[in-house]
Design a protein around this ligand. Structure first.
Ligand code: SAM
Length: 240
């Protein structure tokens, strides 16, 4: 039989653009004997003392994610069974050049992902300054086409975007405004996971309850709730 698949794209340690994900059955099979250990760990790991404090699962070396699905399902099922109220963060790590596009596509695909249908998925990747600058450096994808004239790296404090809070410290007013900001950037992503056959009134109620609870938490501890963004600003130009 003729192999019609193109040769693997160059990438990180593993081939990119989904090639490794489509051709890593042996690695998946090799990991399977350890699944019993994962189930045992999920049953035994101490849960946070505080009922709603999160627990984090760290996955080191995720590649495109295909072989991470079953292990994550085992851990999530084990932890959920013990205490459904505990929020669970799943942290997938790999090298900066990794095929994260394939990972994110997998996580958002209801047919393939481990959280879909049960949890909202909000994949993010926060670049370091070095990662922002890398494409412009010799050998980088933009090298020769664009150059960085100057750059800066700042740590901002969202509280300063709300002069009212800075001046009077009124946590309730701040929480209302900051919840609206959070809602503007999260509602479509979080709540598209609600079952579409729910009556719309029920959907609205779930969303309203979520943001009401968030607002109460922000009001109770506004300093912790405020984001301190790491912002890279680059002034770039075409070389003369
Ligand atoms: C053999 S692959 C396994 C991928 C996947 N977990 C699986 O089972 O199919 C090993 C992965 O580890 C990643 N890796 C290597 N060194 C790493 C490091 N220092 N930190 C994070 N990931 C690393 C590689 O880029 C590669 O994607």
């Amino acid at each position: 039989m003729v192999n019609t698949e193109p040769t693997p794209p160059k990438a990180s340690v593993m081939a990119g653009r989904g090639y490794y994900s489509r051709h890593s059955e042996p690695q998946g099979a090799a990991a399977a004997p350890g699944f019993g250990y994962l189930a045992a760990a999920a049953a035994a790991v101490p849960l946070p003392a505080e009922r709603f404090a999160p627990i984090t699962i760290a996955d080191y070396g995720c590649a495109g994610g295909t072989n991470e699905v079953r292990p994550m399902e085992i851990l999530l099922e084990g932890l959920r069974t013990r205490r459904p109220s505990t929020p669970i963060n799943v942290l997938h790590t790999d090298l900066p050049e990794n095929d994260f596009g394939s990972l994110f596509a997998l996580l958002a695909d209801p047919a393939r992902s481990y959280p879909t249908g049960r949890e909202p998925v909000y994949p993010t990747w926060n670049r370091t300054l070095a990662e922002f600058l890398a494409p412009f450096e010799p050998g980088g994808a933009l090298s020769g086409a664009l150059e960085v004239v100057e750059h800066r790296f700042d740590i901002t404090d969202d509280a300063r975007a709300y002069p009212q809070f800075a001046s009077d410290g009124d946590a309730e007013t701040f929480a209302a405004a900051y919840t609206a900001f959070a809602r503007a950037i999260t509602e479509p992503s979080f709540f598209r996971w609600l079952r579409t056959d729910r009556p719309s009134g029920e959907r609205d109620r779930i969303i309203a309850d979520f943001y009401r609870d968030l607002q109460a938490r922000i009001a109770a501890d506004p300093v912790t709730a405020t984001c301190h963004w790491r912002v890279a600003t680059l002034r770039i130009r075409r070389p003369a």
